[in-house]
Design a protein around this ligand. Structure first.
Ligand SMILES: [Fe+2]
Ligand SMILES: [Fe+2]
Length: 331
């Protein structure tokens, strides 16, 4: 089923995916490249084919020169805005110290505290829909980094990814655990199922990973993103699980979150020291990008969290339907 497209950019990507040389809608100019709905649905659709088959789309579209060329035009304002908003100047300290400082100074609202205390079933359902664009393919974007790393950094990334993929048991793949959480709240755990209901501010968090994953020149940012992701995971996941327990859920529904409380304590240390630290030993000039990747993750997640909480506080749904908002109760 074609997604609900949002404007000329997503319409053009959809046409290019189907081999239709649609006319260029003009220069890509959007007000906020970090959250524009049309830009980020367009980018999301153009990236998705690198991960999975898209219904009605020929697999060969993945390397369509016209699609790749247009995707580059979409990526440019996004990457420029990311660097403008989140670039940090590295210090002489070890990267794990710098990453910890970056995380410590991050402010903003806490989505996990909010859901733990006030989360309703409707809010949790929306939260899972937002998160499904990544968690149902959890770890896949960072796996694009594996052939781009060497030595200890490669081994460290594989150690983390091995756990993410269930440590040898498909039932324990984090994506499979998340699917069971979704089922427990009556949602369909199909990749991309809810993408066209998500605002650009959420799609941007996934597009960020794909941008870093699909460009070898951005391998430092991909590593920084993974490091910050793992280093900031334990406490929020404990809270997400606690909120679900408060609503009466347990077992299969909370397992995804419970699993991350323990696993990511180890992953955070491996990612900061063995992965990011080793990468910078061999390629010290990548320090700017490692910090950029971490800072972008923290910054975009904070913007998305603020958006969700603002909507929910007003009793509104955080989803987008036909360009109109709807009340949370309908969720
Ligand atoms: Fe995970
Ligand atoms: Fe992890």
């Amino acid at each position: 089923m074609p997604p609900d497209l949002r404007g000329p950019l997503s319409e053009r990507v959809w046409a290019l995916l189907h081999g239709d040389p649609a006319p260029q809608p003009g220069a890509v100019a959007v007000e906020d490249p970090l959250s524009d709905d049309d830009l980020h649905l367009a980018l999301f659709l153009s990236y998705e084919i690198h991960y999975r088959a898209l219904e009605t789309v020929d697999d060969r579209a993945e390397w369509s020169p016209a699609l790749i060329a247009f995707r580059e035009e979409l990526e440019l304002p996004f990457e420029v805005a990311l660097r403008e908003a989140f670039m940090r100047t590295p210090t002489c300290e070890p990267i794990d110290v710098q990453l910890r400082a970056l995380i410590a100074e991050a402010g903003g609202v806490s989505l996990s505290s909010y859901l733990a205390r006030f989360g309703t079933r409707a809010m949790y359902r929306e939260f899972l829909m937002h998160r499904s664009i990544y968690h149902l393919k959890e770890a896949d974007p960072h796996s694009f980094g594996i052939p781009r790393l060497r030595g200890q950094a490669k081994v460290a990334m594989l150690e983390i990814q091995h756990d993410e993929y269930g440590g040898g048991d498909p039932a324990w793949m984090h994506s499979a655990l998340f699917a069971r959480t979704m089922e427990g709240l009556g949602l369909e755990p199909a990749e991309g199922r809810y993408a066209d209901q998500l605002p650009g501010i959420t799609l941007a968090t996934m597009n960020l990973m794909s941008l870093f994953a699909l460009h070898r020149r951005l391998r430092g940012a991909l590593v920084g993103h993974l490091a910050a992701f793992e280093m900031t995971s334990c406490i929020p996941n404990r809270r997400y699980g606690d909120g679900l327990r408060r609503l009466g859920y347990d077992g299969d529904v909370t397992r995804y979150f419970d699993e991350h409380v323990e696993a990511d304590a180890a992953h955070g240390a491996i990612a900061a020291n063995d992965l990011a630290g080793s990468l910078l030993e061999s390629e010290p000039a990548l320090d700017v990008d490692v910090l950029l990747g971490a800072s972008c993750l923290i910054g975009l997640e904070a913007r998305a969290a603020a958006y969700l909480i603002d909507r929910w506080d007003r009793g509104e749904s955080s989803l987008v339907t036909d360009g109109a908002t709807r009340s949370l109760a309908e969720g």
